[in-house]
Ligand binder design. Sequence first.
Ligand SMILES: C[S@@+](CC[C@H](N)C(=O)[O-])C[C@H]1O[C@@H](n2cnc3c(N)ncnc32)[C@H](O)[C@@H]1O
Length: 278
Amino acid sequence: MCSGFDLQFCSVQTSKSLLAGVQATVKLSAMRSTKDLYLDLMKKCLIGLIYADVEEKPNLQFEPFDEAKRLEGRDWPTYAHTMIGMKRLNNLQFCVEEMLARGVPGDLIETGVWRGGATIFMRAILKAYAVKDRFVWVADSFQGLPTPNSEKYPADAADRHHEFKELAVPLDQVKSNFAKYDLLDDQVRFLEGWFRDTLPNAPVEQLALIRLDGDMYESTMEALVHLYPKLSSGGYLIVDDYGAIPNCRRAVDDYRKTQGISNEIRQIDWTGIYWQRS
Ligand SMILES: C[S@@+](CC[C@H](N)C(=O)[O-])C[C@H]1O[C@@H](n2cnc3c(N)ncnc32)[C@H](O)[C@@H]1O
């Protein structure tokens, strides 16, 4: 506390400590590693925060860029490479970093990649940590969602996702998106086709992380049935649409029930969830 006598001295001290505070902050931000800076910039690029591209709605309708919506992954960007928003990218980073730190064995896969953004980010994290012995598997039809197979999956009977042409992104386009970040290499493997055809015999041996983003009951269930048994103990299962799409949630709940999975479901944001396999 400064008395009247000390006032001048005190204000010099105050500005000195202010300066020290500023210097400490500058030092702290300078201390952020190149790896963190790279991954943060990747996330901003992948969701389109940098150039703020407008929202694309079905049938060529457009809405102005809304930062809050984009951060939460509530819109379909016109150009950005993922629609999952910042919180789900942060969750993906958390899960990959955790499984790397604890040495959980296996590769990474996303089923349902659209323009590839989340898988591009997986590859970026492996690159940032100089991990050379894990693959990123990129599974998609690269032609949108399947028409419902209501005989096998009655829950999908009224599903209309296959009508959205915006969700059909060709394989060449996704490869070229990887290449734009210098991340298209032999650690990235593509599984092209319907999940019911590609996943049962996919040459994937062991997984440390599975990210499901196929929207429909069929797409979620096929991925769980064929991939979950390959998930290592300590590995992560992430579901993008658990909150947003009732059929996706139903498939996950059904699978957990039939397999007796009781690992705690943790919420990421308004729609994403994940759990760690025991
Ligand atoms: C919502 S998008 C995925 C968004 C993406 N994860 C991202 O980061 O923006 C759904 C994707 O799942 C694919 N898909 C859904 N069901 C499928 C199935 N049964 N077989 C193959 N691809 C499927 C679609 O082609 C589409 O690319």
